[in-house]
Ligand binder design. Structure first.
Ligand SMILES: Cc1cc2nc3c(=O)[nH]c(=O)nc-3n(C[C@H](O)[C@H](O)[C@H](O)COP(=O)(O)OP(=O)(O)OC[C@H]3O[C@@H](n4cnc5c(N)ncnc54)[C@H](O)[C@@H]3O)c2cc1C
Length: 441
């Protein structure tokens, strides 16, 4: 296993059902507890765990949600306990049955790592960088690994899983073995995040998260997620030229949002640290499932296969869902595993990719191919976003799909389409004050 972050840890747990020994290599020195680290720079920005991700975690590590809750994480119903604004007003706050978890990324990863380390068949070797693959002409037979202390050695393995994240070198390693590189789809979301933690007084608010997603008419947004350590993790985001959020005027930026609650929160909350800025890297999808030749003995998982704009917070949930696909593919045998796994993983990735990248492409500034399907989906999703503020049924269905708890056809059920068309119709903008005066006169 290469990479000991979310995808690597979850995959290691499922591999331990099929292999006698699992060794995970990570190039970082892993902290003993919950701490940010160099290999996961996004961990300093707001993270939340969606319903499918939480479900998988609990399935693989029974009791982990209760442990995290005892450590300060906040379990929530993702509709009732959240202020979600996808259009011009918040969704109705009703119980949805979508159980998510508000938890900082380092705390979540540390808990998962603790559980994985408790598995007797799994060993984690940190401070070890993977530098290439071993190949016998037919299959991948292991990996080359370089300890920080120096030197490089070969590690034999029946299966190598590449979970080295967004910047992974899998395609280059494949090319060095004489295989094609996977086709890549790439969309730069031109997005800047600015994040800062604020002190949270438990019980002072009746919500656990505020999520203002950007949309075609509003190229900026913001989230506040309650987290362990009595914190609000707040992230402001802007899409495209001139939209980068400020690092020093969080409440002013929040005042531009359609819902006032984030501005109200920020106008009194005490900052707990400096603001952090990140230019989001391009979203990348590697199409391993379309390759005509793949070596046996190697699969990639998590951000190494597809890393996208985290506007809907789906990355860790995708890694978790892929781990379950890897488990199920392995249960069916090892023959042709990569091809079977990638076919399953592609189905997992389709939905969040279409939602996240589709949302990016709804902004005319973002470069990328807009197929007929993209245009149709964007027009429909724009209506869903508006309708979600007016119809609980539409909001719930959209969240069920975004949380990977329902397949996308659920968005096209007749009762939902009817509501989307009715509640999602474009409303005339309120008349500007000057015009109203003219009419009144
Ligand atoms: C700003 C931001 C906010 C996000 N918010 C959310 C959110 O709210 N919810 C959500 O679900 N997702 C979110 N995501 C996405 C999420 O962070 C990723 O999808 C997730 O971390 C992917 O996990 P991974 O294990 O595939 O990769 P990573 O977490 O990137 O981990 C890769 C690991 O590989 C190691 N590594 C790299 N190269 C090597 C090598 N050569 N040898 C050995 N080890 C190596 C690294 O040290 C690291 O441990 C967010 C992403 C960003 C950028």
């Amino acid at each position: 296993m290469l990479g000991a972050s979310m995808a690597g840890l979850l995959a290691a747990r499922v591999l331990s059902e099929s292999f006698a020994n699992v060794t995970i290599f990570d190039r970082d020195t892993l902290p003993a507890g919950a701490a940010n680290r160099k290999g996961v720079p996004q961990g300093e920005h707001s993270h939340g765990l969606l319903a499918r991700g939480r479900q998988v975690l609990e399935e693989l590590f029974p009791g982990i949600v209760a442990e995290l809750t005892a450590a300060g994480a906040i379990p929530l119903d993702l509709m009732r306990d959240c202020v979600w604004v996808t259009g011009d007003r918040p969704m109705p706050r009703v119980a949805s049955g979508l159980a998510g978890l508000c938890v900082s990324r380092p705390t979540l990863e540390a808990a998962v790592r603790r559980h994985v380390l408790a598995c007797p068949d799994i060993v984690v070797l940190d401070g070890h960088e993977a530098t290439g693959l071993l190949f016998d002409g037919v299959r991948v037979t292991g990996a080359k690994v370089r300890p920080v202390a120096g030197g490089e050695h070969d590690v034999a393995a029946d299966l190598v899983v590449d979970a080295t994240g967004r910047g992974n070198r899998g395609p280059t390693w494949l090319a060095a073995l004489g295989f094609d590189r996977p086709a890549e789809e790439r969309v730069d979301p031109l997005t800047v995040y600015v994040s800062r933690d604020y002190r949270r007084v438990p019980g002072a608010q009746d919500y656990a998260a505020i999520i203002n997603s950007p949309n075609a008419g509003r190229p900026f947004g913001a989230v506040a997620i309650a987290a362990d350590g009595d914190r609000w993790m707040v992230t402001l985001l802007g899409v495209g030229a001139g939209q980068a959020p400020p690092t020093d005027a969080f409440a002013d930026f929040a005042a531009k949002l359609p819902d006032p609650r984030l501005r109200e929160l920020l106008s009194t909350a005490e900052p707990l640290g400096p603001p952090l800025r990140m230019r989001l890297p391009a979203s990348v999808r590697r199409r391993y499932e379309r390759m005509s030749r793949l070596p046996d003995g190697l699969v990639s998982i998590g951000d190494a296969v597809c890393a996208f704009n985290p506007a809907y917070g789906q990355g860790m949930t995708v890694a978790a869902a892929e781990a379950i696909e890897l488990r199920d593919a392995l249960r069916a045998g090892r023959e042709g595993l990569p091809r079977r796994f990638y076919a399953r993983a592609a189905k997992v990735v389709d939905v969040p990719w279409d939602i996240a990248v589709g949302a990016d492409l709804a902004n005319p500034e973002i470069q990328g191919e807009r197929t007929g399907k993209t245009r149709f989906l964007n027009a429909y999703v724009a209506r869903i976003q508006t309708a979600s503020g007016r119809s609980a049924a539409v909001g719930r269905r959209f969240l069920e799909v975004a949380n990977l708890m329902q397949a996308p056809p659920a968005l096209f059920a007749p009762s939902i389409v009817a509501r989307v068309l009715w509640f999602g119709r474009r409303r005339p903008a309120p008349a500007p004050a000057a015009r109203r005066e003219t009419v009144a006169v």
